[in-house]
Design a protein around this ligand. Structure first.
Ligand code: RIB
Ligand code: CA
Length: 316
């Protein structure tokens, strides 16, 4: 049987419960994804907290050989906005995690990302599940490396609505200037926006099967417990797996429905700053810059997510 060619990825995010589950998913998909580096950004919590969280999750997963670097403290222009109402004071409230056994790289996120791109024999996919600050900073500092990026698979935006304002999703509105640089860069974007991530929810009865299954699965269940506290108050049926969509689409694209569109980022709107604005009918005469995920087979999504968590059993 011919060997599956693994996809080299860089994981950038702001853990964050759903970022953390995205990391677990990427680690579980080790036959398909090769995590070359991890870079933290501010977003759900401050940079110091998201960076520490990545180091703890890597320790939990036994991935202490992957370099982890801290990105910029704040967005390119805006002030940092954080989301403790969803993720708590630590950014990853809930279960106790192991003390970090992986040191922080001495490199900045941009330097680490640039090194990975420069040294890779193949193109690298960047998975960005927080504000797009580090990715934009990389594109600004190293335009010569753009051709080494296969695609940028993001969680961000919403073609039809927002969740931080009525028109803007959190990751984009925290740093619209960075998202604008990214969407104009010419590097293909895969956008898991709210259009799909609000359909990719996992029910309490579904994540219950993870309790006690193995150390990682049990912690994922507790992360879902915490993450669902605020989401339940808002009336959602389950925990929204926003960030895991950006990983799942790389391994199981067949469970998603997508459309290639030209998408612009509003950076100036008085009421619409941070909106991801699609040109549905090609009126602007621009080539699509973004594969927009619009729908997902939720049952299959949950099946693959559960199986991924169960794969951390000692006897797996
Ligand atoms: O709007 C959802 C996004 O904002 C997710 O990436 C979540 O982790 C937060 O960063
Ligand atoms: Ca995130």
């Amino acid at each position: 049987m011919n060997q599956i060619k693994k996809k080299a990825i860089i994981l950038d995010g702001d853990p964050g419960h759903d970022d953390a589950i995205a990391f677990v998913l990427a680690a579980a998909f080790k036959d398909y994804l090769d995590i070359k580096a991890i870079t933290a950004c501010g977003g759900n919590q401050t940079l110091a907290k998201t960076t520490l969280n990545y180091r703890k999750i890597a320790t939990l997963l036994g991935l202490t050989n992957i370099p982890i670097a801290a990105g910029r403290e704040k967005p390119l222009q805006a002030d940092l906005v954080i989301a403790p109402n969803y993720h708590g004071e630590s950014g990853l409230d809930g279960p106790k995690l192991p003390d970090p056994e992986v040191e922080l790289s001495e490199l900045s996120a941009v330097e680490l990302m640039a090194n990975v791109l420069r040294e890779s024999d193949e193109k690298v996919t960047i998975v960005a599940t927080g504000p797009q600050t580090n990715v934009a900073s990389l594109l600004l500092a190293h335009p010569e490396l753009k051709d080494k990026i296969e695609a940028i698979s993001i969680m961000g935006g919403g073609l039809e609505h927002g969740n931080w304002t009525s028109t803007a999703e959190f990751n984009i509105i925290v740093d619209p200037e960075s998202a604008d640089i990214e969407f104009r860069s010419g590097v293909p974007v895969i956008m898991a926006g709210l259009d799909v991530t609000e359909k990719a929810y996992i029910l309490p009865s579904e994540w219950d099967v993870l309790r006690g299954d193995n150390e990682v699965a049990d912690i994922v269940a507790q992360w879902c417990d915490f993450f669902y506290i605020h989401l339940k108050e808002l009336g959602w049926p389950g925990a929204l797996m926003h960030d895991p969509c950006s990983i799942m689409v790389l391994v199981h694209p067949e469970i998603f429905v997508s459309k290639d569109l030209y998408v612009q980022i509003d950076t100036k709107g008085e009421f619409t700053r941070g909106a991801t604005v699609p040109d549905y009918h090609g009126l602007l005469g621009q080539k699509p810059n973004c594969k927009c995920l619009l729908d997902v087979d939720r049952e299959l999504f949950v099946k693959y997510l559960i199986e991924a968590c169960q794969s951390f059993r000692k006897d797996a």
